[in-house]
Ligand binder design. Structure first.
Ligand SMILES: *[C@@H]1O[C@H](CO)[C@@H](O)[C@H](O)[C@H]1NC(C)=O
Ligand SMILES: *[C@@H]1O[C@H](CO)[C@@H](O)[C@H](O)[C@H]1NC(C)=O
Ligand SMILES: *[C@@H]1O[C@H](CO)[C@@H](O)[C@H](O)[C@H]1NC(C)=O
Ligand SMILES: *[C@@H]1O[C@H](CO)[C@@H](O)[C@H](O)[C@H]1NC(C)=O
Ligand SMILES: *[C@@H]1O[C@H](CO)[C@@H](O)[C@H](O)[C@H]1NC(C)=O
Ligand SMILES: *[C@@H]1O[C@H](CO)[C@@H](O)[C@H](O)[C@H]1NC(C)=O
Ligand SMILES: *[C@@H]1O[C@H](CO)[C@@H](O)[C@H](O)[C@H]1NC(C)=O
Ligand SMILES: *[C@@H]1O[C@H](CO)[C@@H](O)[C@H](O)[C@H]1NC(C)=O
Ligand SMILES: *[C@@H]1O[C@H](CO)[C@@H](O)[C@H](O)[C@H]1NC(C)=O
Ligand SMILES: *[C@@H]1O[C@H](CO)[C@@H](O)[C@H](O)[C@H]1NC(C)=O
Ligand SMILES: *[C@@H]1O[C@H](CO)[C@@H](O)[C@H](O)[C@H]1NC(C)=O
Ligand SMILES: *[C@@H]1O[C@H](CO)[C@@H](O)[C@H](O)[C@H]1NC(C)=O
Length: 833
């Protein structure tokens, strides 16, 4: 190294450089070589090639760029200046050794110098100032513009990894910035706050100072530049149109453009969805946001529509809030007036004076109320016959009220006029028919046949609708007119309309009926005054007098009604442990006729209750038990003291509340056993239960009695509120059945404890972990139970082979041969064993 530095021709090289060389493998024979050199750094030696005779000099060619060279005699490869990655990241060179004659001895060899980038270039924005436009209510995060910067450093290194941020935000009226920038793409979008608050009315221009950093923004040594972004806020295009008015029954060619909406974003699809559920919404929207009505509307069918218009992006996401579109269907006069009745009949007495109001013609129009479209006007078009003159009648133009024009009518000329009344709504005309009947003057009053119909006596139970009286009055006026028709009414004595009187229009006979249920106890006697009147008014000077009144009395007889309970059903909750003779409830009934009532119980199959027959007090007669029945329902009967046949009954229900009165016990589904010999670690699951209600046995405890023997042999461990494990404590158990005492406590109120004995079999086990030997072992193997099992199996196999006939014969011979059969069977069994 020192030798190298001493070389004359490299005096220019700084001694510090020499020190650097110490780290490199600096000398070596001629060969292909790669160097990786950071850019910048200035003059330095890279390598020394050693020469092998006959070579005396070296030659370097390629991308030397005036910086890279080799000392021809010493073979030192050096940089006479700084490399620059941005200018040339790789230098491709060739080196050769030459002899004294300048002929190539070795080579050319490739020498490649890879320039390492260092972060020596700051990022630069494409523009000094950017300008963008954002619409009010744009979606948060949806970019409306981009900024972009470049960095000349190696893009494969962090030196050119740029990150964007917003440095300043002018003005910045809210806590959160209104805009945000994507730190990687430079996309600028409204923030959530911005989407909400941006409003060109308040602030239409913002200036952002955005900055870009290289080194992925991670290094404090990163370079930074900045640019201004001017943002103009514009009104949202996405606005609901004002209420749309469409005239009904339009004759235009449909569909008809009724409005247009536009999203703030390009390339959206528009859609309509209904707010109300209609069979078919008569609106549609095109892909340029034009809303159409698809068919003529009918206001008389539906006068307003409300629906939503939405815009979706190509992902199907809503780009904006749905717009509510409101459509009002405007009325046109497309409905004619309609007569309320096909024929309106009016009766007019001969004596009615000119100007008298004789009746009204009613007509309607379906068009919108309170508009000219439904305004009706009346006019008499014709009068038949026109005797003694035409124009006998007049109709009020705007009300349809009919009047006599000048004179009274007289049957002498005509008893019957037909009028055609023209009803118009401005566009349509309708003719309504009116018939005016001239009737005799009402100068006769109805006169009752009898001034007193005396009395009737009926039972209070007589049903509604029953006719209890027929009455008759006569009227001398013209028959079949309102002057002679008689209306009967109860004038006095019946404030609640208990009675009603119908008239037979032909005969004027009156039928008095019961209109409401009678009740002797409420009102036993009705003193009725009945009047008779005509629907037509009487002529002046004539008045109803007492001949138009009659009297009638109604006497009710009391029915002996059964007693009535005060409640439809009697229920009570009772604890199941109440002592005998506890009062559980009192029932009460009364007799409408005031008789005394006696009580009794029926259906008390458990004999749990008794009743005081006079007071209705119900007592327990024996111990109750919820576990027998939770809801005890019986009948309670009330009987009249003086007429035992008059009785009524109702239900009496006792709801028994649980008391902890049942001992806990073990659920035995599998007999407990442990395989002999006991190895340790075995356990068996035991479960406790009792008959009381759930919550009492939700917390059983299991324990062993306090005797040395049990405690030394067994152990109980709790699993949960209903289960525990029992395990043998040591391996020294005999092969036999142990009776393990276990104490169960249900922890109820009061807590009940039960000492039970669990049979635990210590037995030889089959491979399936079950006792191989039956508990009651008798003599040799197999046990009796197993032998029977084998026998049945053998018989089944034989049966299957020989078929039904065999069984048939066997069945016939069974009785006499049973001994023989047993013998055969046991022989068979012996063969098997
Ligand atoms: C130099 O680098 C290139 C490209 O990485 C490689 O193909 C070549 O084998 C290297 N040469 C030597 C001598 O390491
Ligand atoms: C290095 O470059 C300078 C000028 O660029 C030149 O004068 C000098 O001779 C060069 N030295 C070597 C050893 O090439
Ligand atoms: C760029 O933004 C992402 C989230 O958008 C964030 O996780 C990341 O840290 C940011 N990078 C820098 C350098 O701020
Ligand atoms: C549809 O009608 C609206 C006004 O209602 C109008 O602004 C729009 O230009 C029309 N669109 C088309 C495509 O005719
Ligand atoms: C809209 O969509 C069309 C084709 O789907 C595409 O060519 C166009 O660039 C899109 N415009 C915008 C602004 O995304
Ligand atoms: C539309 O108007 C015509 C008369 O103008 C009428 O005859 C028709 O009934 C109307 N249709 C509806 C649906 O109202
Ligand atoms: C009234 O006259 C019309 C025809 O003019 C007739 O049809 C109708 O029956 C008459 N009515 C009475 C009550 O006489
Ligand atoms: C009931 O009417 C009869 C005649 O029909 C009469 O003899 C009797 O006295 C009347 N009774 C009463 C209580 O008015
Ligand atoms: C007839 O009796 C009814 C019912 O009380 C009463 O409204 C009506 O005014 C009475 N008629 C006469 C003419 O007294
Ligand atoms: C009439 O009705 C009222 C209220 O329902 C009742 O209190 C009264 O007893 C009734 N009177 C008669 C006579 O039925
Ligand atoms: C009631 O008036 C009629 C005539 O309208 C008469 O005949 C009758 O005698 C009158 N009755 C009484 C009780 O005055
Ligand atoms: C208690 O444990 C047993 C056995 O693990 C289980 O079958 C039972 O469901 C458990 N009971 C409750 C209430 O968790």
């Amino acid at each position: 190294m020192l030798k190298l530095c001493g070389l004359q021709f490299l005096l220019v090289i700084h001694s510090a450089m020499c020190l650097n060389l110490g780290d490199l493998h600096v000398t070596g024979p001629l060969k292909d070589m790669n160097f990786s050199i950071p850019e910048g750094g200035g003059v330095r030696i890279l390598y020394q090639f050693t020469s092998e005779p006959p070579a005396v000099t070296f030659r370097l060619s390629g991308d030397k760029d005036g910086i890279i060279d080799i000392a021809p005699e010493k073979g030192i490869l050096y940089l006479n200046g700084s490399l620059d990655w941005e200018t040339k990241p790789v230098h491709w060179l060739q080196v050769e050794s030459l002899d004294v004659n300048g002929n190539v001895v070795k080579g050319p060899y490739a020498v490649t110098i890879y320039v390492e980038d260092i972060n020596d270039n700051p990022p630069e924005f494409d523009q000094i100032t950017y300008a963008g436009v954002v619409r009010q209510n744009s979606r948060p995060g949806k970019p409306f513009m981009y900024v972009h910067a470049t960095d000349r450093d190696n893009p494969a290194t962090p030196h050119a990894q740029l990150t964007y941020s917003i440095l300043h935000h002018f003005p910045n009226p809210y806590k959160e910035m209104l805009f945000q920038i994507d730190n990687v793409t430079g996309a600028i979008s409204p923030s959530r706050t911005g989407s909400y608050y941006l409003d060109p009315q308040k602030q239409d221009t913002f200036t952002l100072v955005v900055s870009v950093k290289d080194m992925a923004g991670m290094s404090t040594n990163a370079f930074t530049s900045s640019a201004d972004v001017i943002i103009h806020v514009k009104e949202s295009l996405w606005k609901a149109p004002a209420t749309i008015r469409i005239q009904e029954n339009s004759t235009q060619v449909h569909p008809v453009n009724i409005s247009q909406v536009q999203s703030n974003e390009p390339n959206v699809t528009y859609d309509i969805f209904e707010k109300e559920k209609l069979p078919r919404l008569p609106f549609s929207i095109s892909q340029d946001g034009v809303i159409y009505v698809t068919k003529p509307l009918d206001r008389e069918e539906k006068d307003t529509y409300t629906f939503f218009v939405v815009a979706k992006d190509n992902q199907g996401e809503l780009t904006d809030k749905p717009l509510q579109i409101h459509v009002i269907v405007e009325d046109i006069n497309d409905n004619p007036p309609v007569c309320k009745q096909a024929l309106t009949v009016i009766e007019v007495q001969e004596n009615e004076v000119g100007g008298s109001n004789i009746g009204t013609l009613f007509a309607t129009d379906m068009d919108e109320e309170n508009t000219l479209n439904s305004r009706l006007r009346f006019k008499i078009k014709s009068q038949v016959p026109e005797v003694p003159t035409s124009n006998l009648f007049y109709v009020q133009q705007d009300t349809g009220v009919l009047q006599l024009t000048g004179r009274s009518l007289s049957k002498f000329y005509a008893s019957n006029y037909s009028l055609e009344v023209l009803v118009t709504d401005g566009a349509f005309e309708t003719i309504c028919d009116v018939e005016v009947h001239v009737i005799d003057i009402n100068d006769q009053i109805p006169i009752f046949e009898k001034s007193d119909y005396h009395n009737v006596t009926i039972a209070e139970s007589v049903p509604v609708g029953t006719v209890i009286l027929e009455i008759q009055a006569h009227d001398g006026d013209e028959p079949d007119t309102g002057s002679s028709l008689i209306i009967y009414q109860v004038h006095e004595g019946d404030p609640n309309n208990t009675f009603i009187i119908d008239t037979d229009a032909k005969t004027n006979r009156g039928f008095m009926k019961i209109n409401k249920a009678l009740d002797f106890e409420t009102k036993p006697v009705y003193n009725l005054v009945i009047n008779a009147t005509n629907p037509e008014p009487l002529v002046p000077g004539v008045q109803y007098n007492s001949s138009s009144l009659t009297l009638f009395k109604v006497f009710l007889t009391n029915e002996d009604e059964p007693p009535v309970f005060l409640k439809p059903v009697y229920q009570e909750e009772v604890s199941e442990d109440v002592p005998v003779n506890t009062l559980v409830m009192t029932v009460e009934a009364y007799d409408p006729e005031g008789d005394s009532v006696r009580y009794s119980l029926e259906g008390d199959v458990k004999k749990w209750l008794r009743i005081n027959s006079i007071t209705g007090q119900v007592y327990t007669a024996s111990r109750l038990d919820r576990e027998e029945t939770e809801m005890y329902t019986i009948d309670v009967v009330a009987t009249e003291l003086n007429n035992a046949a008059q009785k009524s009954r109702t239900s009496l229900i006792l709801h028994l509340q649980d008391v902890n009165d049942n001992l806990p016990y073990l659920v035995k589904d599998n007999p407990a056993f442990f395989c002999y010999p006991v190895r340790g670690g075995e356990r068996t699951l035991i479960q406790a239960t009792d008959a009381d209600e759930q919550w009492f046995y939700s917390k059983f405890t299991f324990s062993l009695p306090d005797d040395v023997n049990t405690r030394n042999n067994w152990e109980i461990s709790k699993v949960n509120a209903t289960h525990a494990y029992l395990s043998p404590k040591h391996p020294n158990f005999e092969e036999k059945i142990y009776n393990v005492p276990i104490i169960l406590n249900d922890n109820g109120k009061p807590a009940l404890e039960n000492k039970v004995h669990l049979k635990v079999n210590i037995c030889k086990c089959s491979s399936e972990k079950s006792c191989f030997i039956e508990v009651e072992r008798q003599h040799s193997l197999p046990t009796a139970g197993q032998a029977i099992g084998i026998l049945i199996a053998v018989l089944l196999i034989i049966g299957a082979i020989l078929g039904g006939a065999f069984f048939h014969i066997k069945y016939k011979q069974k009785n006499e041969k049973s001994h023989h059969k047993d013998a055969t069977d046991s022989a068979e069994l012996n063969k098997l064993t």
